[in-house]
Design a protein around this ligand. Sequence first.
Ligand code: HEC
Ligand code: HEC
Ligand code: HEC
Ligand code: HEC
Ligand code: HEC
Length: 166
Amino acid sequence: MKKLLITVYFLIFILIIVLLGGLWSTYRDAPDQPIAFSHKKHLTYVGLECDHCHQYAEVGLQPGIPAVSVCMDCHEAVATDSPEIIKLTEYWNRKEPVPWAGVYYLPQHVLFTHKRHIKKGIDCAECHGDMKVVEKVRQVRSLRMGWCVTCHRENGASDDCWTCHK
Ligand code: HEC
Ligand code: HEC
Ligand code: HEC
Ligand code: HEC
Ligand code: HEC
């Protein structure tokens, strides 16, 4: 009897590890970025709003990553002796975009539009977390189908397959 209980406990333990492992692996790690850009600094100390840099959230599929020119509006004059800003200026002088590593992206077969969600009044933080505390962007929501569908059902939005798969 005791042996059986121990076996059962052991199996439950293994199951929990496997389940946790599964959850864990759906979150991508924070990738190293070519320039150490801090959301925290720009949102709190500098006091910018998201749409200063991500201009297309309300009008397009994707908010967009800012062009170097947006940064240079300030950094032509601000912190010009910082090694990170020197790197930034080098991209600017070469007329090259900064090759930022993406964190949030879906497979090709899924359709997601920011516009519809933003127009509905859903806050960026609902899906990306509180960016005011973020030094280095990492994934904070699973982006799995279950996550999308759960919120759709809770808010009376469509859970028809063709809503998200074209
Ligand atoms: C000063 C410009 C600036 C502001 C303001 C800003 N961001 Fe960003 N954001 C960036 C840059 C540059 C990147 C790409 C580098 C990185 O990931 O750190 C980025 C990346 C991101 C990403 C990850 C994109 C991906 O490729 O997966 C998210 C999500 C994001 N920002 C959300 C926000 C939100 C929400 C706000 C407002 C609360 C905000 N940002 C304000 C410049 C900005
Ligand atoms: C509205 C003005 C403004 C814009 C736009 C802006 N920044 Fe900044 N940034 C600042 C200020 C102010 C600081 C703080 C400087 C300091 O600490 O002396 C700063 C600090 C930084 C730093 C840290 C510098 C250091 O080593 O201390 C980096 C890196 C940086 N910004 C990158 C960027 C990038 C990349 C963009 C474009 C996506 C950007 N910034 C857009 C104003 C701006
Ligand atoms: C309902 C959830 C949700 C909300 C709300 C949301 N996002 Fe996103 N965001 C996503 C998903 C999902 C992706 C990946 C999209 C893809 O790959 O098609 C993404 C991708 C991004 C990206 C990277 C894609 C790119 O290149 O533009 C940025 C930047 C971003 N979001 C910023 C924002 C900002 C800023 C807001 C608020 C104005 C916001 N998001 C609100 C879910 C959301
Ligand atoms: C935080 C809640 C929430 C999350 C998370 C969310 N959505 Fe939505 N979504 C909504 C709501 C609410 C609407 C309805 C908007 C409206 O009525 O205009 C909507 C609408 C949509 C639409 C437009 C529907 C139509 O009828 O054309 C698409 C496409 C969509 N979502 C895809 C996704 C995908 C894909 C994901 C996951 C990656 C996702 N959503 C995650 C709340 C959410
Ligand atoms: C609200 C958005 C949404 C709806 C509704 C939705 N899906 Fe998905 N689906 C996703 C997202 C996001 C992914 C990619 C992430 C993942 O694999 O979990 C996905 C992935 C999938 C995959 C690929 C799984 C894999 O492992 O690659 C299949 C198959 C699928 N969906 C079928 C369906 C079917 C069938 C329906 C209708 C019953 C449906 N989906 C409804 C958002 C949605």
